[in-house]
Design a protein around this ligand. Structure first.
Ligand code: ZN
Length: 495
């Protein structure tokens, strides 16, 4: 939650309009050069990607490191130049479309693409790669999804009816199965809906083939990527249900660790560049794990040091923080709360705007004070597609912003959760304690392993950041925690 932006609704409507009008177009797949079914023309793909890109940036935040971004863009440009993008037989419409490569400020290990040339890697993924060759294959894979027009193909296959369900699926995934909050939280914008569209296995294999080919043509040793896929497999085995998108939508990483070298062997003489030293120098200093500057939880309190506030949420509730929202969910999904920024300039105006929304019936509303701050509370019920929901919304003016704390549950559960909603909002207060205000993120340090060292021995005396275990540091280094490190090898550690 760096800056808390309000999400736009227009993109979701646009998506539905496009799907409705464009089902059944025939597309050229520029990876294979063959025709395939597709929901969108290329111009529509670019339009969709452009809209969704705004939401992705708002949702995840862009990692603020111009040098690192320039480095990723340089590697990506090299790979893109060797791809079908640059082939003389590819139409000018495609070759003239700018491709964007962004580093997202998320500790989750992930890479993905949106139609029309928008490609993302997370800082979490960059920390888990060991060299430039691995990065080149990942970028080539995502370029393959864009040029193969796999979103368009998948949207045509999924048809209109499934699109309506995707927003709910996103929210359910976030807070754990509660349907009550669908719609009013409006959490699943187009970008997130597109991410929920899983490509078929065929599309994934094609993207792997493209990634290996483009990386090899750019001079890289693509077999390097198989070590990264073994890391992904180890991460997947650890993370259980919270498997990141990059893992869940792809073929079994163990299988890919086998097939990548086979694919690479087709390019003979193959690329030789690995560029580990250069790569590690570029990512040194990157933030590891969660960044407390953007808000963090401790006990059952949410602290935001940059925006200088804190509040308590109900004990045992699950939470998820993002640049645009902080979500809290009762473990069984029976109630959810969300902190966002309201777009109105006062608490009263924001409260009245909610109360006047179509389908909202107000039970009570009025001005209140929350720990000395001007506030406004609206409670009532709202009609959703999935049925009625009861809500308690508190708007608080603080630090030049209007914060919205919205609690939702089924109407017959409102009496049970109303006091939790009110007391969560009522605990919102200014944060003055320097112990919480000064919390700094952990950063990646690259060091040469002394002889005889293991990662376990090197981690002694170092503090692991939130969301990163010792085993994960081993996976990050593509080795075992207790394995003797080769003499002089460079390792990645939390500073
Ligand atoms: Zn993929």
């Amino acid at each position: 939650m760096t800056s808390l932006r309000t999400a736009s609704r227009s993109a979701a409507l646009l998506l539905l309009a496009l799907v409705a009008s464009a089902c059944g177009t025939t597309n050229v797949n520029y990876v294979t050069g063959e025709e395939q079914r597709g929901a969108y023309t290329w111009a529509q793909e670019v339009q969709l990607g452009t809209e969704a890109d705004q939401q992705i940036q708002a949702q995840f935040g862009v990692y603020d490191d111009p040098a690192l971004t320039a480095y990723v863009e340089r590697v990506a440009a090299d790979v893109l130049q060797t791809s079908a993008y640059n082939d003389p037989s590819t139409p000018a419409e495609i070759r003239n479309t700018p491709f964007y490569f962004r580093v997202l400020d998320s500790p989750v290990v992930n890479a993905f693409a949106l139609p029309g040339g928008f490609i993302y890697v997370t800082r979490g993924l960059l920390a888990y790669l060991e060299n430039e060759a691995q990065l080149a294959v990942v970028l080539g894979h995502e370029i393959g999804h864009v040029l193969g027009r796999h979103s368009s193909e998948q949207a045509a296959r999924a048809q209109l009816s499934q699109f309506g369900l995707l927003g709910a699926a996103v929210l359910g995934g976030v807070v754990g199965g509660g349907q009550v909050a669908e719609g009013i939280l409006n959490y699943g914008g187009t970008g997130l809906q597109l991410l929920q569209l899983k490509y078929g296995r065929g599309a994934e294999r094609e993207a792997d083939q493209a990634g290996v080919a483009y990386a090899e043509f750019a001079g890289y040793d693509a077999t390097e990527a198989s070590r990264f896929f073994i890391s992904l497999q180890r991460l997947g085995e650890r993370s259980g249900q919270s498997v990141p998108n990059f893992l869940s939508t792809h073929p079994d990483p163990g299988e890919r660790a086998q097939t990548i070298p086979q694919l690479a062997a087709q390019y003979d003489p193959g690329g030789t560049e690995v560029d580990a030293a250069q790569y590690l120098a570029e990512i040194e200093g990157i933030i590891l794990g969660e960044d407390p500057r953007q808000g963090y939880t401790e006990g059952n309190t949410f602290y935001h040091p940059e925006l200088r506030f804190a509040f308590d949420y109900p004990r045992g509730w699950q939470t998820q923080n993002s640049p645009s929202a902080f979500l809290m969910g009762e473990p069984n999904g029976a109630a959810v709360m969300q902190l966002t920024l309201a777009s109105e300039s006062s608490a009263a105006a924001a409260g009245r705007a909610l109360a006047s929304q179509q389908g909202v019936q107000v039970q009570s509303s009025g001005a209140i004070r929350v720990n000395g701050n001007t506030a406004y509370r609206v409670e009532g019920a709202a009609q959703q597609q999935s049925g009625a929901v009861a809500f308690s919304a508190t708007f608080i003016e603080y630090g030049g912003n209007v914060y919205q704390l919205l609690g939702l549950t089924a109407p017959n559960s409102f009496s049970r959760y109303a006091s939790a909603f009110r007391s969560t909002a009522g605990s919102f207060e200014q944060l003055n304690d320097s112990r919480y205000l000064n919390r700094q993120p952990s950063r990646l340090e690259v060091m040469t392993a002394p002889s005889g060292a293991t990662l376990q021995s090197l981690l002694q005396g170092r503090t692991l950041p939130n969301g990163l275990s010792a085993e994960e540091v081993a996976i990050m280094n593509q080795t075992e925690l207790t394995a003797r490190l080769p003499n002089g090898v460079r390792v990645k550690l939390p500073e």
